[in-house]
Design a protein around this ligand. Structure first.
Ligand code: ATP
Ligand code: MG
Length: 894
């Protein structure tokens, strides 16, 4: 049975039993600051389980995309762990409990294939329950009829679940399949978890736990008022069972990738391994790692993650690099991802059509990352070769832990590669030292993360306000001013207040408000709230938790009291300027896609009064001509004066209409779509201009890089764009006036002027040299006799260039009588330093005088040149005269 079919049957079974089918949340866990990726089906339902929100249904089912990075080291070595996998789940919010959950699961797995089930043999099924969970034990035994020997009681580590924080917790019951003696030892899940493979976990949330960091020892506070069910069935594990293969890497969604990797590297997968993953040949393990990691990379990039050096991006980078490395270790020297990624795409396409429609973008990130990694490998190899050579020269046989760590830390060079290359050179590596340094780094990182966690703001005050009065209604799409009651008043540090006076900075929550809270890149509204006898200047509006709009402001007049009614009025001009920028962003986004292709997706934006910033994914810089085209198209849309129109519809309908949505953004079932005529259509909760004509003008002023694969354009809108162009115009007019040419000739004139200036400078230099040389005759006439050698020592005038100084020395030498030994020495000062040039004639050299020796003698070794001409510098400027004296003395002593 194909994986897509198992998924379909699962959802159909629970839908037929009254469950709402809920789509998977995207892989990045955007609502939870402490979680990088969604790692279980229940993650998107957490607010329901914690009682923070009321679930819209009593029963739900989903197939959730999951990432579990802690399982990365298990991949390929067990039969059942992937970094990416899909968790099929059913959930009850205060509805059915243990009996319902166990029966529903049992029915589906044992129902025959013809009847829509999975047709597993009941005789081979085992279950575990928590030590004292007699209730679950009895259901399994009496209701289902599972013999006592196949119901195992296990302790807290295996069969008790909590989220690691205060909140719901409870016992669980796992369902296993005995795959038979060829997969391991007899004796149940406690003896062998590969033979007895867990495929489904049923969690019974029935208690509330208290605080505590220990995994097993935390206080159980009591029973929950409403009991919940959360289950997870590993889709890949069920597929491996139903497809009769040994492990999850051999199912239809993964095996073709593995096959392709084997074909490229010339390996025969499985030839040297038995059924047991734990005893497989290392090459087979590597092939499984490659297949798993390539699939994971595909799914991560599809959900908007891009490779980087931190957070989610780093996890992706690491996974991709491991796959590429493993291919090289198996002997493949070419590019790996262009071969493997398309295979992964075809495997996942039946369940995830977006990997096909979005493949161009996905592939461009993946392939660029492989290029980058290969050059890292090259750079690292050079550094490593140097380290190896140095170690050998010093007679050592071992690279230090620091060297290996530095290669890893600075160049991202994997340790196994360091070991391998060092080994080839006959050297060992201080692995223990390396691991120690890695450990130290890891604990530093952990301490950091801990600090960040505790620094996390406490949202409980906001939650209490939300719970007591429900969500705040936002009325700002239709109005700019409204009457409303001051529902809550908080101090900056989150304590509830009953009143506040002039000068206080406070947070206000109203029943309903026209103020837009910062979100979706749009800047918050500002304005005035008057309550009773007081008024508050609002400078910021935020939504610290979904549904709660909080105004931050300063009391500028009188006093305000909680519970009183007042007026909230936004700064309309500011709002309009922001709205125009927001509409402009949609137009730029659409135009960008029209010219750069679908892959130019939004990575972030800012809509501020009169200006916008738009970040988007694209591999390289956008050329000025394309930017010009984009700008032109946007301005044409403005002139067409299209109607801007917003409406609410279902997510599915919006997708059908082709509305652009953001990656990694979570949308509810109902979404708001903003259309600009038929030109742009995008999911958006922001405020907009009423017609595109109101934008007036859009001017792109800058395009730049803000990271690998991410570019930024900045643009001005409306009067700000006009002001910008007007200022540029004034500038050009002024230049035109100064140059006395029409505006369109200014650039040519500037070019001409610059060329003329350069000519003039050259001329000046020539004249200066002539001036210096005019004196040569007089200088030679004044030559001194030093022990039979004519010597001219002179300091060049301040500001004489290096070339002229040299020419001066040569000219002096040239005019000295050739039949007598002659030496010319010239010093010059520049930039606080003195330099020296010495020239000798042939007769002087016959006497054994060398220019190079004389310079070096005067400058204590510094300087270069030959016997005829030499120069040196770097002495303090004040030493210039003594340099000449030193040369003279050396001649006298020769
Ligand atoms: P195991 O002990 O085998 O690692 P687990 O206890 O971590 O499993 P749960 O957290 O209970 O698993 O997750 C529910 C189900 O999700 C499991 O029963 C299993 O079928 C599946 N599952 C968990 N981790 C993985 C993984 N890394 N790859 C594939 N499926 C997984
Ligand atoms: Mg696990």
């Amino acid at each position: 049975m194909r994986t897509a079919e198992i998924k379909r049957r699962f959802l159909a079974h629970f839908e037929a039993n009254g469950h709402a089918v809920v789509p998977s949340a995207p892989l990045p866990a955007i609502d939870d600051p402490n979680l990088l990726f969604v790692n279980a089906g229940m993650v998107q339902f957490v607010p329901y389980f914690l009682g923070q929100r009321t679930p819209p249904w009593k029963r739900a089912t989903s197939v959730q995309k999951c990432i579990r990075t802690p399982d990365i080291d298990e991949v390929g070595k067990t039969s059942r762990h992937g970094t990416f996998f899909q968790m099929n789940g059913n959930f009850s919010f205060g509805d059915y409990f243990k009996e319902g959950a166990i029966t529903l699961a049992w029915d589906l797995v044992t129902k025959s294939v013809d009847e829509g089930g999975f047709g597993l043999d009941p005789e081979r099924i085992w279950a575990t329950v928590y030590l004292d969970d007699d209730e679950a034990f009895d259901i399994w035994h009496h209701k289902i009829g599972l013999p006592k020997e196949r119901i195992v009681r296990r302790g807290k580590a295996d069969n008790y679940w909590s989220m690691g924080i205060p909140g719901p917790c409870g016992p669980c019951s796992e369902i296993y399949l005995d795959r038979g003696p060829e997969y391991g030892r007899e004796g149940g899940p406690e003896v062998d978890e590969d033979r007895y493979m867990e495929f489904w976990n049923l969690v019974f949330m029935q208690n509330e736990r208290g605080p505590g960091t220990d995994k097993e020892n935390y206080p159980i506070l009591g029973e929950l008022p409403a009991k919940n069910i959360d289950t997870g069935m590993g889709l890949e594990r069920m597929a491996s069972i139903l497809q009769g293969v040994d492990n999850i890497y051999e199912i239809d969604e993964i095996k073709p990738i593995l096959n392709k990797a084997a074909e490229l590297t010339g390996k025969q997968y499985g030839a040297r391994s038995g059924h047991l993953a734990s005893e497989s040949h290392p090459d087979d393990v590597r092939l499984r790692v490659i297949a798993d990691h390539v699939r994971t990379s595909l799914m991560l990039i599809a959900d908007g993650v891009t490779p980087s050096n931190e957070g989610r991006g780093y996890v992706l980078r690491r996974i991709m690099r491991r796959a590429i490395r493993a291919m090289r270790l198996l002997g493949w020297q070419g590019r790996a991802l262009p071969e493997l990624l398309p295979v992964a795409r075809d495997c996942m396409a039946p369940s995830y059509p977006e990997v096909v429609s979005d493949f161009e973008r996905i592939a461009s990130y993946a392939y660029a990352e492989e290029e980058a990694f290969l050059s890292t490998l090259r750079a690292g190899t050079t550094i490593l070769d140097t380290a190896v050579a140095e170690t050998k020269r010093a007679g050592g046989t071992r690279l230090t832990g620091e060297q290996a760590f530095q290669l890893h830390d600075t160049y991202g060079f994997p340790i196994d590669l360091t070991l391998e290359i060092a080994g080839e050179q006959g050297l060992s590596v201080d692995e223990e030292g390396f691991r120690r340094l890695m450990g130290e780094q890891r604990s530093r990182a952990k301490a950091d993360a801990q600090a960040r966690k505790t620094g996390h703001v406490d949202l409980s005050a906001y939650r209490a306000v939300l719970e007591s009065g429900g969500p705040v209604e936002f009325t700002g799409y239709e109005e700019t001013r409204r009457e409303s009651r001051l529902r809550a008043l908080l101090s900056g540090s989150g304590t509830g207040l009953s009143g506040a006076g002039v000068g206080d900075t406070v947070e206000l929550v109203l029943d309903a408000t026209p103020f837009y809270a910062e979100g979706g890149g749009q800047q918050p509204d500002q304005g005035i709230i008057t309550v009773g006898g007081g008024s508050v200047e609002v400078f910021d509006v935020q939504q610290p938790i979904p549904g709660l709009i909080v105004h931050r402001g300063r009391v500028v007049e009188g006093e305000i009291r909680r519970g009183e009614t007042g007026y909230a009025e936004i700064d309309v001009l500011r709002r309009k300027a922001i709205s125009r920028a927001h509409t402009a962003t949609h137009l730029v986004h659409t135009a960008m896609r029209n010219f750069l292709g679908e892959s130019a997706t939004q990575a972030g934006s800012l809509n501020a009064p009169g200006r916008l910033r738009f970040d988007f994914n694209t591999p390289g810089a956008v050329s000025p001509s394309v930017l010009h085209d984009i700008e032109q198209q946007v301005n044409e849309v403005l002139m067409s004066d299209l109607d801007v129109h917003a409406f609410i519809t279902s997510l599915e309908e919006a997708r059908k209409l082709g509305a652009m949505a953001l990656f990694g953004e979570k949308y509810g079932d109902e979404v708001r779509v903003v259309e600009v005529g038929d030109y742009a259509r995008e999911l958006c909760g922001g405020t907009h201009a009423a017609r595109s004509g109101q934008l007036g003008l859009v001017k792109i002023v800058q395009e730049s890089s803000i990271g690998s694969g991410v570019r930024r354009v900045e643009a001005l809108v409306g009067m700000d764009a006009f002001g910008y162009l007007a200022r540029e115009h004034v500038l050009v007019s002024r230049l035109a006036e100064l140059y006395r040419v029409p505006g369109d000739q200014v650039a040519d004139r500037v070019e001409q002027t610059v060329a003329q200036l350069r000519e003039a400078e050259k001329e000046l230099e020539k004249l200066r040299a002539q001036l210096v040389l005019a004196n040569v005759g007089a200088l030679v006439a004044g030559a001194r006799d030093v022990g039979g050698v004519s010597f001219v020592g002179v300091e060049a005038p301040e500001g004489t260039g290096g070339n002229e100084v040299r020419t001066l020395a040569q000219e002096i030498r040239g005019r000295m009588p050739a039949d007598r030994p002659g030496v010319a020495a010239v010093t010059a000062r520049s930039g606080g330093k003195a330099s020296l040039i010495v020239a000798t004639n042939p007769a002087a050299r016959d006497r054994g005088l060398s220019a190079a020796d004389l310079v070096k003698g005067a400058l204590s070794g510094r300087g270069g040149g030959n016997a005829e001409l030499a120069q040196g510098g770097g002495a303090p400027a004040g030493d210039a005269p003594s340099l000449l004296a030193a040369v003279e003395k050396a001649i006298a002593n020769s």
